[in-house]
Design a protein around this ligand. Sequence first.
Ligand SMILES: [Zn+2]
Length: 141
Amino acid sequence: MALAFEDLCSRFDKYLTRRTNNNDPQRGIIIIDKSAQETSLQRLAKEFRVNGTRWGGSIQRLAEAPLFIDSKASRCVQLADHIAYAVFRRYNAGDTNYFDVIAHRFDLTEGVVHGLAHKHKNQSICMCPACMSRRPTTISP
Ligand SMILES: [Zn+2]
């Protein structure tokens, strides 16, 4: 949970920084379904803001501490649940039906899918969009 949250914070901050660098200054808010993890995630968010993440740089573009909300009261959180389910089905069961509908919507810059990460040891042979976009390309003669 801590690693996933750290990665999410870092990726979201870098996304907002890229927008700012492209003359579209933005700040963001992370909204999370209410859970027992609230206290620890709030503490981690504060730590990332002060000390940075393991990937460098402190989190600067978040306007607020993470907000926790009951998913039953928020359509945005329900949408996030659907996206998470589509990603889960893609990577856990090999079912791409839902994922293929949203795959083109992940943050993508210069051919690298920044908004989707696949954490495993076989990234050099994995055929998922996240791994393939990070693989160095070779041009054959
Ligand atoms: Zn992959």
